[in-house]
Unconditional design. Sequence first.
Length: 372
Amino acid sequence: MVSWCLRRVRESRDSADLAVSHPRFKKNRTLGMAPLLLASCIPLYTGAQALPKVRLFATGGTISGFAANRDMQYGYKAGSIPPAKLLADIPEAQKVADISWEEIAEVGSPGVNTQILLKLAKAVNAWLAQPDSAGAVVSHGTATMEETAYFLNLVIHSKKPVVIVGAMRPFTSISRDGPFNLYNAIRVAADPEAAGNGVMILLNEEIQAARDVTKTNTERVNTFETRDLGPIGFADEDRIVFYRRLLYKHTYQSEFNVDDLTDLPKVDIAYGYQEGGRAAVDAMIADGAKGIVLDDTSPGFAAAVKAGREKGIVFVQSDRKGSGRVLESANSGERGVVTADNLNAQKARMLLRLALTKTNDVKEIQRMFLEY
């Protein structure tokens, strides 16, 4: 194989020919990039061990967004740049991992639905189940990234690292942040020290736990924060470094399994505010919701919750403030309402959807909210 690489690099003047002329490079043949081939030959020539295998699962988002002008931060079309081009833009990653890719969707993150979530989870689980796979990277839009990340945190059954990555600026931007984010995500997914950390989100060189992190700003590249706890590590130039481990259940410890599911129970979120009535909750129940997350409280919620509980609807009490716990209390127990601990409403919705695939017993669901 080494001699083949050297001979082809010496003799051929056509980089596209190099990219397709050997089965080793078949999966990357659409790249048509000489740097990718040359980088792949380097470890063979030096006698280095095979690189860890990392697969990119692309779903779209700003990281693959296209705009007409380089100074446009809005008005771009998400999911326009194919995964092959994203990877071709960072040939340095070929020195870190043996990279393949799979396209799951081409949408902005608000367009991620149950079918995409299930397809993604099954694909990632199948990849990580392969003995020679090292980790997975998921490219995703940032608006709902934390929801997908936490969902995967509950349904991926592997200790191998899964890193969700995105960007705040489109691929065509003057100072796009996507390529460096993607490069660092690949580094983390290939790093053995990242194993056992559950699903992680990586932007701005910060490694955040999927359960704890949230998007906090509409524009800035440092938008993702874990307010109560901070990052679990950093993707620095010299190495990937971790500073804390997670104590709650996730991934390989999870009781949730979506392998045979084609849909998930419908769960909605009702936002609490001054003078808020019960109409939204009643409408959600009428529309078929099996569970409802209350994001804070409103005067009209009490009567609606009581009526909903009589119909078997499960309610979870969350809070709109962005950090801190919702504590268990005698009041919540009497109302038959599950408390969300420190999960925000959008993540509580994900856990409740999965919990309802197993039970509608409030005490059992409360256990899940305390453990996950």
